[in-house]
Design a protein around this ligand. Structure first.
Ligand code: FNR
Length: 383
């Protein structure tokens, strides 16, 4: 039996079990991957102050994100084509998150549709929206998210154009997969893990059926993106979406204090400091590097969340210490899903929860709400 004690163990197992082109799709960053690497390495540079002889009884990680109660301030990030890591991946991840009491965010570009996920869960999940040119299509997606009782809309603004990932091009990643010899050999040796795309139930993007029929590979996905995604997007559109949705709005993809100010003016409930997990602007700052300036600029007016590079509970608490109200994990839960399905996502959340709880204790705290810069070694963190 494989022993899983950390997120890295899940990654290694996922790499063994998931066909290479699907694993690479999840694991890669754009171009030189410098921002992708910085997302994790910049966390390592931050140091804690260890405290002793403090009462550590009755610790709690319970918090809220965008007004919603969470068992710990960690949500699952929206990830497109999650069903490539495991058949029905979106449903399995949503169920694991629901059981754990943390938010699951369904991507516009998911394989399982909004209705599929709603039919297999009992509590509201969050829906992530990309802004397409076709406003009627956005209207329909918003109506479908409302009908499914989604309790927050996560509006992603950092993907008007698509960053290039060399591995996807080299692997000939397509949706659904193209039957090249290398792909067939790879898929045939790991069949059970890729049924989301190859199985009979779901073969393509569940939410955009009819809009993505022409997408056959990554280069056509890139040109489809530039055809469909709104290159003329402005903050006026964000205000329109806020009004049209009418519920909790979380704006994702903010790396600049001026853009954070626009989020406040647009009436968002929260923003996510995010560089899309290093998959878009290669050469941008790490998310943890960008967080303090944004908290400083708007933290008193709006909830600031972050994602990018979180691989442990230690990373979660560092982000909270620098002012994040909550964080999101992308690849860690995808590794869990690819390694062990729903059980793997649960294991991922357990690992992060245990690490977060123990690290909080080592720092001398009992309540996650009390985490602040005082737990960090001065001079070791970005200002
Ligand atoms: C993403 N991300 C993403 N974001 C989004 O708003 N909509 C999407 O459809 C996707 N798709 C997607 C696919 C895959 C495979 C990955 C890895 C990421 C970005 C995601 O929400 C989040 O910002 C990052 O994953 C956070 O970084 P970590 O936790 O993966 O390091």
């Amino acid at each position: 039996m494989t022993i899983i004690t950390c997120i890295e163990d899940l990654r290694v197992l996922a790499q063994k079990r998931v066909p290479r082109m699907f694993y690479d799709y999840a694991d890669a960053g754009s171009w030189t991957e410098s921002t992708y690497r910085a997302n994790t390495s910049d966390f390592s540079a931050i140091k804690f102050r260890q405290r002793v002889a403090v009462n550590l009884e009755n610790r709690t990680l319970a918090s809220t994100m965008a007004g919603q109660a969470v068992s710990m301030p960690v949500a699952l990030a929206p990830t497109g084509l999650t069903g490539m890591q495991h058949a029905d991946g979106e449903i399995l991840a949503a169920r694991a998150a629901e059981a754990f009491g943390v938010p699951f965010t369904l991507s516009t570009m998911s394989i399982c549709s909004i209705e599929d996920v709603a039919a297999h869960t009992t509590k509201p999940f969050w829906f992530q929206l990309y802004v397409m040119k076709d406003r009627e299509f956005i209207n329909r997606l918003i109506d479908r998210a409302k009908a499914a009782r989604c309790s927050a809309l996560v509006l992603t603004l950092d993907l008007q154009v698509l960053g290039q990932r060399h591995k996807d091009i080299r692997n000939g990643l397509s949706a659904p997969p193209k039957p090249t010899l290398a792909n067939l050999i790879n898929l045939a040796t790991k069949p059970r893990w890729c049924m989301g795309m190859l199985g009979t139930r779901r073969r393509s993007f569940g939410n955009i059926v009819g809009h993505a029929t022409s997408v056959s590979d990554m280069s056509s996905l890139s040109s489809w993106t530039s055809q469909q995604f709104d290159l003329s997007l402005s903050w006026k559109d964000v205000e329109w979406i806020k009004q049209r949705w009418g519920g909790k709005l979380i704006i994702k993809g903010i790396m600049d204090a001026e853009d954070a100010r626009h989020c406040v003016e647009a009436g968002a409930d929260a923003l996510i400091v995010s560089n899309h997990g290093g998959r878009q602007l290669d050469g941008a700052d790490s998310s943890i590097g960008a967080l303090p300036a944004i908290v400083e600029a708007v933290g008193k007016e709006i909830e600031v969340h972050m994602d990018g590079g979180i691989r442990s509970g230690q990373d979660v608490i560092k982000a909270l210490a620098l002012g994040a109200k909550g964080v999101y994990i992308g690849r860690p839960f995808l590794y869990g899903l690819g390694a062990m399905g729903e059980q793997g996502v649960t294991r991922c959340l357990e690992i992060i929860r245990n690490e977060l709880d123990l690290t909080m204790a080592f720092c001398g705290l009992r309540d996650v709400a009390l985490v602040d810069k005082n737990i960090l070694l001065p001079g070791s963190y970005p200002q």
